[in-house]
Write a protein that binds this ligand. Sequence first.
Ligand SMILES: NC(=O)c1ccc[n+]([C@@H]2O[C@H](COP(=O)([O-])OP(=O)(O)OC[C@H]3O[C@@H](n4cnc5c(N)ncnc54)[C@H](OP(=O)(O)O)[C@@H]3O)[C@@H](O)[C@H]2O)c1
Length: 201
Amino acid sequence: MVFRHVAVKLHRQLVRHLSTAQLPLLGKHCLITGGSRGIGNAIAARLASEGANCVVLSRSLSAAREAIDKLAVTAGQAHVAVQFDVSKTRRMWTSDDLGGVNLSSIDVLINAAGVAQHTFLFTTPESEIENIISTNLMGTIFACRTFARPMMRRKEGGCIINISSVLAGRGARGSTVYAASKAGIEGAFIAFLGIGFFSAQ
Ligand SMILES: NC(=O)c1ccc[n+]([C@@H]2O[C@H](COP(=O)([O-])OP(=O)(O)OC[C@H]3O[C@@H](n4cnc5c(N)ncnc54)[C@H](OP(=O)(O)O)[C@@H]3O)[C@@H](O)[C@H]2O)c1
């Protein structure tokens, strides 16, 4: 009887050890803006495959749902689809904005939502200029404002990754506003590198 008890205990410890070794992000909550497609979606897939619970954010609920349906799920893992337009809010995001997501529960924030530009500055409509800055720069700023403080208050901290671009440093024809939006991200957050902010190109 004693032997059986010890064997069960050892088995449970082994399973826990194997889980954290194979799924290092088990129990972590990651929110990925722009997780429905492209780079954000690839990041969500990787985080999920390492055990994380993903909150996938997109302007379209069906696109976000479609994305989470394809994410890996092991025991205890759950993913959430959220419809939210990062370009539309000029204040910190609330839990209600994000369909009830507990803001303090987010361990990792990936700011991947972004729009590109393929037109010369003089022919780019003003609405498009506004949308590029609002999505890429303002969206990132308000996401960081929303999640950085709860992360800093927690003992275990957190991590924010902002997706920049090589164009931030040198611009390009047809990408003036886009480059400015990415340069803004780097200018704003380079100073935070020491506490876990990271701008990836
Ligand atoms: N692709 C590249 O070569 C490259 C190079 C350097 C940097 N980047 C950066 O990497 C990031 C991802 O690029 P990508 O090429 O993967 O883009 P993508 O395939 O066009 O995907 C963009 C993502 O952003 C979301 N999104 C766009 N506007 C949004 C808004 N207002 N609110 C919420 N979500 C929004 C889209 O979701 P919905 O359409 O479903 O809303 C989609 O999930 C961007 O920040 C981009 O600037 C890309």
